[in-house]
Design a protein around this ligand. Structure first.
Ligand code: AMP
Ligand code: ZN
Ligand code: FE
Ligand code: FE
Length: 293
């Protein structure tokens, strides 16, 4: 096995949510990048997993079924990734995902009303045309605004309108951390706190408290390696994970063309490099817990 084969990517998005690659294309890109394994972790959706799994067997790359959900936080939201989601989810899980999609649809409708009210008419069909048919999110609204000439780029759309507490921001109804972590844990998934240091509001003291609390709900791992984590953030995550006896995970958070500059397996200009032993430790933990890998 070449040395490149020793890298993995455990956080990616396809057109089933706000990425731009089909699940099969995404898996092919991961294989072409020489990765040993890839997880697909679309927001609130398991819809891309079967296609991705089929593509993985075709391209001889190990595939992990995943999902990403948002939970409530005093500064907005935190993201939780579930890895090794079951092929047949429980009715409870399917109901919860349907509810999240419903909350998303209502929030999107509301945001389009606000944007239209600001003198920038935009309707759902225009956003849906951009989304590729999966779960619609703010990145799609940003692209639609760009297409209509309301903003120059995605950054302007988020900075002025769509970002947390900006002019057209509408909160989504979210689960509490206890509910969200419990939901994934009860499916037998490895539960990962995604990109803990993405938000500038995260401090060492807060993260310390969050890990203490979330571990009691069933958190398994901390996503230390991520495109938005500078090396000192990676170190902080690694240290705090060790302190709280949590495992490590990592992923690029690849979104295809919807997040410029992030490549599958290597992140932003090569700033992400997740050795396969990170995955192997998660697998060992599962096997020791009597869970399938
Ligand atoms: P949603 O799931 O609809 O709440 O949208 C969340 C997505 O929007 C995330 O995956 C990010 O990629 C993107 N996003 C959130 N905040 C920003 C921001 N300030 N600038 C650019 N993209 C953002
Ligand atoms: Zn996303
Ligand atoms: Fe996220
Ligand atoms: Fe993500």
């Amino acid at each position: 096995m070449s040395s490149k084969k020793r890298l993995v990517d455990l956080h990616t998005h396809s057109i089933a949510s706000d990425g731009t690659d089909s699940p099969a294309e995404l898996v092919k890109k991961a294989a072409d990048a020489g990765l040993a394994a890839v997880a697909l972790t679309d927001h609130d959706s398991l819809a891309g997993l079967d296609e991705a799994e089929d593509a993985a067997s075709l391209h001889s790359i190990h595939f992990i079924r995943g999902v990403e959900i948002a939970v409530k936080d005093e500064f907005g939201e935190l993201h939780i990734v579930g890895l090794w989601m079951p092929k047949i989810p429980s009715p409870h899980m399917l109901g919860a995902l349907e509810q999240l999609q419903q909350n998303r649809r209502e929030r999107n409708r509301h945001m389009l009303e606000v944007i239209t009210g600001l003198g920038m008419p935009l309707d759902m069909e225009e956003v849906r045309a951009i989304s590729g048919g999966g779960a619609i999110g703010r990145p799609h609204i940003a692209l639609a605004m760009k297409k209509k000439g309301y903003v120059l780029d995605r950054k302007e759309a988020f900075d002025k309108y769509l970002g947390y507490k900006k002019k057209a921001y509408v909160p989504r109804i979210l689960m509490t951390p206890e509910e969200g972590i419990g939901l994934l844990r009860d499916e037998g998934a490895v539960v990962v706190l995604a990109h803990p240091c993405l938000a500038p509001t995260m401090t060492e003291q807060r993260l310390d408290g969050i890990l203490d609390e979330f571990r009691s709900y069933g958190l398994t791992a901390v996503e230390a390696y991520h495109s938005a984590h500078a090396s000192e953030k990676v170190r902080l995550c690694v240290e705090l994970a060790a302190k709280h006896k949590l495992l490590l995970s990592g992923g690029s958070d690849y979104h295809g063309d919807n997040k410029e500059g992030i490549n599958i397996g290597s992140g932003m200009g090569g700033n992400v490099r997740i050795p396969v032993h990170v995955l192997e430790k998660l697998e060992r933990y599962r096997l020791d817990s009597g869970l399938a890998v």
